[in-house]
Each structure stands twice: as C-alpha cells, then as structure tokens.
Design a protein around this ligand. Structure first.
Ligand SMILES: *Cc1c(COP(=O)(O)O)cnc(C)c1O
Length: 224
C-alpha cells in the first residue's frame, strides 16, 4: 500500500477529534509531498536540522511539530517555523523558547513531556518537576509561550497492559495539572500519546494527538 492509502485507512479508524501527526523523520521530501497531496498538514520531526531542511522546500501551510529532544542552542533556529513543540523537558528550555519567541514577536505552543516509561533512556519530567516549573516565578514571567498540554511515550514493549497503565497514568497527570493550574485556560487541552505500535491503546486512554510514522511511511531506514 502507498502513503495516501495508509493515511486514508488511519483517518477512517481514528476519531476525527484526534489529530494525526505524521512522523516524517528520516523520510524523503517526496514521501512528505505524497502525504501532503492526500490532505495531511501536520508533520512531526525529531531533529531541528532535518525539520528546517524540509520546511525550506515544502509548502508553507505545513504545520511542523517538533517531537524529539530539543537542545537550548537549537531553539533560536526552530522557533520561527515550529507549530508545536511536544518535547519541553526543563524550565531552562521553556525560558529559552520564551526568550527567542519574544525576540521575533511570536507566541510558541508547547507541550510538557512527562516521563511515564519505566526505561532509563527516555526524556521527560516527573510530576514533581512539573509542579516546580508551574509554580515558579520564571514560568509566570514567560509571556511568549503557551502550554497546550502534555506529551508522553510509553515503554517500548509488546505488553499492552503495561502500556495502558502508563497512558492512564499520563491521563491522570493531565487531569490533575489541568485542575490545579489551567482550569480556566481552554488552550490547555492536548494529550499527545500513541505511536504506530500503541495508538489504539492511547486512543482508549484519551489521546487528542497521535504521532504516527511507520504505519504511514513504512519502516524507517536509519543507515541511509
Ligand atoms: C519516531 C517517533 C514517533 C513515531 O514512531 P512510529 O513507531 O514510527 O509511529 C512518535 N513519537 C516520537 C517522539 C518519535 O520519536
């Protein structure tokens, strides 16, 4: 099957209130063009350099989502073009984004990345980190960012019970954070969770955005 058929099948399956982010990391410009021509506008990249190279040559109405770890020294480059940063994992990163966004008169939408996986390697904030950030004066002074919700990645495992447990934990964190800090803020409403291997579980647990790569574009080849 081709990219456009894969996308069509996903759209038939995923409720329309859930946004599909087509994860195009390592994929070619022509593969992205094929998805674009079938109506897809939201694409996810995990590296700033790759996002910028693709953004330069692809249509301007594409919404670029940064889903990978962001280093503070790359913030300045990505802020002018990014639609949503899913991977905010420190107060320092948040204040850097705020500062660069302010310089160009933008307000940048961000998600806080929460560590839910039981693996050591995954980036992300604990609930304690999040509380410290949201209660801090530095955060209160950030006028050029908008927190839209949370992002999380489950443990990479075939055990869907464990995955479900982790997604439910993230959904509970979302509710708690919403109630405590964003109860009057309609912008705080996104829960980005679920990838090719676990998105049905994420949908059942309340995802509003799923980040899907291999099902749309095929298996990635990192050697090229
Ligand atoms: C690569 C990636 C995805 C998509 O992975 P697939 O398994 O190909 O769907 C989703 N989220 C993040 C953060 C990723 O790095």
């Amino acid at each position: 099957m081709g990219i456009s058929q894969n996308l069509k099948q996903l759209r038939d399956e995923i409720p329309s209130h859930v946004e599909i982010i087509a994860v195009s990391k390592t994929m070619t410009v022509s593969a992205i063009q094929e998805a674009y021509l079938s109506g897809q506008r939201a694409f996810g990249e995990n590296k700033v350099q790759e996002l910028l190279e693709k953004q330069r040559v692809l249509p301007a109405d594409i919404q670029w989502h940064l889903i990978g770890h962001l280093q503070t020294n790359k913030v300045k480059q990505v802020v002018p073009v990014v639609h949503l940063i899913h991977s905010v994992d420190s107060l320092k990163l948040l204040t850097t984004i705020d500062n660069e966004a302010g310089k160009i008169g933008r307000c940048v939408d961000c998600l806080l990345q929460v560590r839910i996986a039981k693996e050591e390697t995954k980036y992300g904030l604990t609930m304690e980190n999040i509380q410290q950030i949201l209660d801090s004066e530095m955060f209160a002074n950030c006028a050029n960012i908008r927190i839209r919700g949370l992002m999380g990645m489950a443990t990479f495992t075939d055990d869907m019970e464990q995955v479900k447990h982790e997604f439910l934990e993230l959904a509970a964190h979302f509710k708690h954070i919403k109630d405590r800090w964003f109860s009057k803020d309609n912008a705080f409403r996104e829960l980005s969770m679920g990838m090719s291997g676990d998105y049905p579980v994420a949908l059942a647990c309340g995802a509003t955005m799923v980040r899907i790569g291999s099902i749309i574009f095929g298996v990635r080849n990192y050697s090229s």
